[in-house]
Design a protein around this ligand. Structure first.
Ligand SMILES: Cc1ncc(COP(=O)(O)O)c(C=O)c1O
Length: 410
């Protein structure tokens, strides 16, 4: 294995002076990620066809190589056959939206089961959901729309790959490409939805729009619940490294670990691409801060310039450390995971590896290692948030297809 790119990796680091590691999950944050929402999301999603707990790999060889006690990798590449953890969020929010809107139309409460079995198919078919996406969230919304029988429009920006767009078309969505970046597509959706009476199902929040992003985060909480159960017989985690786009994922994971472990929660680090570091910049300034994305990062799912204020509520005081990593760490991290050998061979897409890349870079830097409090006893969790969601890009980076990697591992 050659980890040399990590030796002099371009990283930035910020210790969050606003973090309150010694405190229990504040009551004032319950509304963002509360027990009732998370419990309902779990009950509903577990009942969907094809639900399976995704693997939590223990990468013992890699942990040994970087000199930590344990490295756990939550592998979301197989989630509902959609290839990323996002399958849990958007589709679930579509269901919550339909439950509310259909009840409004027929004038009485409707159950999730009735929506699922098509009792109100005719009403659902008249409703249109819409979202902006760089791929994975849109795929989840399109899948949810097909599953629950409403119409779906997906806005993508100039740089979203053709294969990622095709995956959403294949699920029956109308895909609309707009110029500009991800943030531009989010704004366009808000405008067009208001004009056309479409329902926005966004994974990011903005002023006056928080309810569905909250349900998206409740959907993600299913993944963290699985992790907590999978680690039940293990010594507690000391560190978690999670990648950030708008922060919904990081906020959901951080919040749930905080709720579960209170003052004993693991140290939480958000890792972003240096080209899209809105969470990092927000932490520096102590408030949500917009960054202008000048050049797209190859970590397409993380290419966001505006934080989700909803998620920021949690990360502001729940996230201990913020890091950025450069794009040149992505390919070596993906190849590292694909190697197999003593550790399982893992298919990880470009946006899946930022957390791992941050950890690997930190272990090569005594300064960062010290700042993050990592040592040979650390028990670290990273989340492999996607598989080969664009198979061509994956093959061009790793040199083999996802299927070849998995076959060789048998
Ligand atoms: C694969 C992958 N990982 C991580 C993220 C980051 O999630 P969030 O935007 O909620 O921070 C995304 C977002 O689209 C993603 O697609």
């Amino acid at each position: 294995m050659n980890l040399s790119p990590f030796d002099h990796a371009l990283t930035t680091y910020h210790k969050n002076s606003r973090a309150i590691p010694g405190e229990a999950f504040p009551d004032s944050l319950q509304w963002v990620l509360g027990d009732a929402d998370c419990t309902l999301a779990r009950k509903v999603i577990e009942g969907w066809d094809g639900y399976q707990i995704t693997p939590l790999h223990s990468l013992d060889k890699l942990a040994g190589e970087i000199g930590i006690g344990h490295l756990y990798y939550k592998d979301e590449s197989s989630r509902f056959g959609l290839g990323s953890f996002k399958a849990l969020g958007g589709a679930y929010a579509v269901l919550r939206l339909l439950a509310k809107e259909i009840s409004g139309v027929i004038g009485k409460p409707v159950s999730d089961t009735e929506i699922g079995d098509g009792t109100y198919a005719e009403v659902a078919s008249r409703l249109t959901v819409v979202t902006a996406t760089d791929g994975n969230h849109g795929r989840s919304v399109a899948w949810g729309a097909r599953k629950f029988g409403c119409r779906c429009k997906i806005y993508i920006h100039a740089k979203v790959s053709k294969q990622r767009a095709q995956a959403m078309t294949d699920l029956g969505a109308e895909v609309i490409r707009v110029s500009g970046n991800y943030d531009a597509s989010v704004h366009q959706v808000a405008t067009d939805a208001a004009t056309n009476n479409w329902f926005v199902v966004s994974d990011t929040s903005y002023a006056g729009y928080e309810d569905l992003p909250r349900q998206v985060m409740a959907g993600y909480s299913v993944m963290t619940s699985e992790i907590i159960e999978q680690l039940q017989q293990h010594a507690p985690l000391t560190h978690v490294f999670v990648q950030g786009g708008v922060g919904g994922l990081a906020g959901a994971v951080c919040g749930q670990l905080w709720r579960e472990f209170g003052r004993q929660r693991p140290r939480f680090t958000v890792v972003e691409p240096e080209r899209a570091d809105c969470l990092f910049q927000s932490a520096l300034r102590g408030r949500p801060t917009v960054v202008d994305i000048k050049k797209e990062t190859m970590m397409a799912g993380l290419s966001c310039g505006e934080v989700s204020p909803l998620a920021w509520n949690i990360l502001d005081t729940g996230c201990d450390d913020f890091m950025t990593v450069s794009d040149d760490l992505v390919a070596p991290s993906m190849r590292q995971l694909s190697c197999g050998g003593d550790d399982p061979a893992i298919v990880a897409g470009e946006s899946a590896v930022a957390g791992l890349a941050g950890l690997l870079a930190a272990r090569r830097s005594p300064k960062l290692t010290g700042a993050l409090g990592l040592d040979e006893n650390s028990r670290v969790l990273v989340i492999g948030t996607e598989g080969a969601t664009d198979p061509e890009i994956y093959r061009s980076i790793v040199g083999r297809s996802a299927a070849e990697i998995l076959v060789n591992d048998l």
